[in-house]
Design a binder for this molecule. Structure first.
Ligand code: UGB
Length: 597
């Protein structure tokens, strides 16, 4: 037991021990040998305790108290939504390319000058089963641009466009990492010169894991083989609020005149197509909280944005996680639960976890809460008596639960975008994706990449280019639409207006084609592409492209995800490009050029 060990501790350590003993944690020290034995291990144990204590708002004492309450609620089967009735909220719905959309998009670009971005990337992506970090995964394999490069180049494009010739402000980017992702994220950034950002523009904030709990009394769980180590697990993306607050960075942004904080996730290759217009909506409606949403299929594994009205009069617009929406609806007079309505979609818009918060209001709220987010616990019980767990559990929190503590005066809204434009995350491995019910999205590397080609094709069509119709093909057991493989740098196609200004005349792209536009000032006029065309140009090179490209191109071939001879990044998509022939040109000097194919 602790015995004489106690007297050898520092005053702070003694305080911590007293607190733990007062909170039912005697077992942590029960098997401790006398001083002189295992002293290094004991010191390491205190280091871990101190870390766990300092990284949770309110410390370990608050953690244990919260855990006891949530575990008791869970055991009693108490529903967190007791007393609340769900209804369909109202928000802004945008249709790509119409007048309203363009107005919001242009306003959003200007507003970006006052924005900061926060990328949550602490998750390992167990469901995807990819061995690297998700930020390093190519969003598409035509150019092999990885997710974080796409995000950074998009932010830089916004930065340039929003400064309108005035001296450029640097838009800050925070990346939340965890022990699972931190080292590899830093290495990826450093070895690629931060993909063009100033290193000082990027801040990495590492989230800590939280202690696991072994029983309903919230006893902290020790590792089975090591009595000097507490088991830990991720606490969830909700940590981002407490981390931002405690880092002090929000105040720095506020003092620098920033107004908006945009939160986003690690693997959505379409996201930045939706950012400018959504930011425009935030500014026009003066929303304190604006969540991006897409039409949602009933039972799809994304949360539903719901208005919850309490019998006592309280009301809030909040994400209800997919596993909770169905029981909540059934318990509130919708006997069929989470089902599609006549539109073919759930009446509750799907949360894509892209949040835009108004900075001043956000700081005000966090100075009350310290960034603590309403948590939940999800223990797997051994049996119906709910007295013991199959394995240890822990408290969790989600960043989209931030509005739960806001006062009723807060302006909480949402913006619904078309899915093809805004949302194609890469979360599921090939086997799980193949089992997704027909009609629901796969959210795999296969669908994520194909969605980028589809979006770019649809956008060019709307800009007047004749883009061939897609075909349906099966890769890794998933039926996807295959469109021409069109990609561009964010600087080229930041908004619909900018894209329209760069294509003119009679242009066409055939289905078997690849078109990669890698420079901001590439103008396409009377161009027909049937094959592969890659144009790379520095910022100051203005290139006019016309004529007819006709070559054998890049042929799409299937790859079996079980085929160990193929690289993992290709296996998880189920296809690769056989680069047979292409027209590839590079302009590395400033000037005006004409490429006539
Ligand atoms: N993440 C962290 O940074 N830290 C963590 O501890 C955990 C995750 P998942 P999830 O895409 O639209 C969310 O695991 O949680 C990062 C919403 O809750 O991919 O299952 C992680 O790196 C859901 O409502 O997603 O589901 C990643 O960037 C719905 O919106 C991000 O958090 C769904 O995402 C999300 O983690 C969605």
């Amino acid at each position: 037991s602790l015995g004489d060990n106690f007297n050898l501790l520092s005053p702070q350590q003694q305080e911590l021990v007293k607190m733990l003993l007062d909170n039912g944690q005697e077992h942590l020290f029960r098997d401790w040998p006398a001083p002189g034995v295992d002293d290094d291990h004991k010191n390491a144990f205190f280091d871990q305790l101190t870390r766990l204590d300092s990284s949770y708002p309110g410390g370990l004492e608050a953690y244990i108290t919260n855990a006891k309450r949530l575990l008791a609620d869970s055991k009693a089967g108490r529903n967190p939504f007791d007393g609340f009735t769900p209804s369909v909220p109202t928000g802004e719905t945008l249709a790509f390319g119409d007048e309203n959309y363009i107005k919001f998009e242009e306003a959003g670009v200007l507003e970006a000058r006052k924005a900061a971005f926060v990328l949550v990337a602490g998750g390992l992506g167990e469901r995807l089963g990819y061995s690297g970090i998700k930020l390093a995964l190519p969003a598409e394999t035509t150019t092999r641009t990885c997710f974080v490069q796409n995000y950074i180049e998009s932010i830089l494009a916004l930065q340039e466009a929003s400064s309108q010739g005035e001296s450029q402000t640097q838009i800050p980017l925070v990346i939340m990492t965890s022990d699972d992702t931190h080292g590899r994220t830093l290495e990826l950034l450093e070895s690629n010169s931060y993909f063009g950002m100033q290193p000082t523009q990027v801040t990495l904030l590492k989230q800590e894991k939280v202690a696991c709990l072994e029983d309903n009394d919230a006893r902290l769980a020790l590792e089975p083989q090591n009595k000097y180590k507490i088991q830990t697990k991720p606490h969830g993306h909700g940590d981002v609020h407490a981390l931002l607050y405690s880092s002090g960075i929000l105040k720095v942004w506020y003092e620098a005149g920033l107004k908006w904080v945009l939160f986003f996730q690690d693997t959505n290759g379409l996201l930045f197509k939706a950012i400018p217009s959504a930011l425009g909506v935030s500014a026009a409606k003066q929303y304190h909280v604006n969540s991006l949403a897409v039409p949602r299929k009933a039972k799809e594994a994304i949360g539903g944005i719901t208005r919850l009205t309490h019998s006592d009069g309280r009301s809030m617009v909040i994400n209800v996680e997919y596993n909770q929406l169905d029981p909540l609806l059934r318990a509130s007079g919708y006997p069929d639960g989470d089902v599609d309505c006549e539109t073919g979609y759930s009446p509750f818009p799907g949360n894509i976890n892209q949040l835009i918060l108004e900075l001043g209001h956000y700081i005000e709220e966090l100075s009350k809460t310290g960034g603590a987010i309403q948590e939940f616990v999800n223990p797997k019980y051994k049996d119906a008596s709910k007295t013991s767990f199959k394995s240890s559990t822990r408290l969790e929190c989600m960043m989209q639960d931030y509005p739960k503590t806001l006062p009723p005066s807060a302006r909480v809204g949402f913006t619904v975008m078309e899915t093809w434009l805004a949302y194609a995350p890469v979360k599921n491995n090939a086997e799980d994706a193949a089992k997704v019910p027909k009609g629901n999205p796969y959210h795999s590397a296969t669908s994520g990449e194909m969605a980028i080609y589809r979006a770019n094709s649809i956008i060019l069509r709307k800009a007047g280019v004749q883009v061939a119709d897609p075909v349906v093909q099966v890769f890794n057991g998933q039926e996807v639409e295959v469109w021409p493989r069109i990609t561009w740098k964010p600087k080229w196609g930041l908004t619909f207006n900018r894209i329209k200004s760069k294509v003119s005349g009679n242009c066409s792209i055939s289905l078997r084609s690849t078109l990669a536009i890698k420079g901001p000032n590439i103008f396409i006029e009377n161009l027909s592409v049937d094959g592969a065309l890659i144009i790379d140009a520095v910022d100051d090179a203005e290139v006019n492209v016309s004529g007819s490209v006709q070559n054998n191109g890049w042929v799409l071939e299937t790859v079996d995800y079980k085929d160990a001879s193929e690289p993992e990044v290709l296996r998880i998509r189920g296809f690769k490009f056989n680069k047979i022939e292409q027209l590839e040109t590079k302009y590395s000097e400033p000037g005006k050029f004409h490429l006539k194919a």
